[in-house]
Design a protein around this ligand. Sequence first.
Ligand SMILES: Cc1cc2nc3c(=O)[nH]c(=O)nc-3n(C[C@H](O)[C@H](O)[C@H](O)COP(=O)(O)OP(=O)(O)OC[C@H]3O[C@@H](n4cnc5c(N)ncnc54)[C@H](O)[C@@H]3O)c2cc1C
Length: 68
Amino acid sequence: MRLDEANDRCPVCDPVTLESNVPGIYLAGVIVAGERTNEIFIENGRFHGKQIADDLKVKLTSAETALV
Ligand SMILES: Cc1cc2nc3c(=O)[nH]c(=O)nc-3n(C[C@H](O)[C@H](O)[C@H](O)COP(=O)(O)OP(=O)(O)OC[C@H]3O[C@@H](n4cnc5c(N)ncnc54)[C@H](O)[C@@H]3O)c2cc1C
């Protein structure tokens, strides 16, 4: 997994889906903000699970469709 050295060592990830640069590996919680540990709290980090689940749903649905 790649860290963005120019951006407080934030792990490289899609800001909408939170999928990292390693396909299938997602990030959630305070780690998303790299060294800016005062940026993500319970109150905003708790939405990460939904972002990830939404993306998995899209990917699994399209994989199922491809099998049919
Ligand atoms: C004193 C304090 C008060 C806070 N008060 C608030 C508040 O009032 N409201 C609010 O919204 N936020 C508050 N926060 C922030 C909040 O605690 C964090 O934003 C939140 O806990 C981040 O959740 P997380 O799951 O990303 O990380 P964490 O809760 O830190 O969970 C990470 C987990 O990973 C485990 N771990 C670490 N390394 C490894 C490893 N190598 N292998 C396996 N497990 C590992 C850790 O033991 C830990 O259980 C507070 C933080 C602190 C320190």
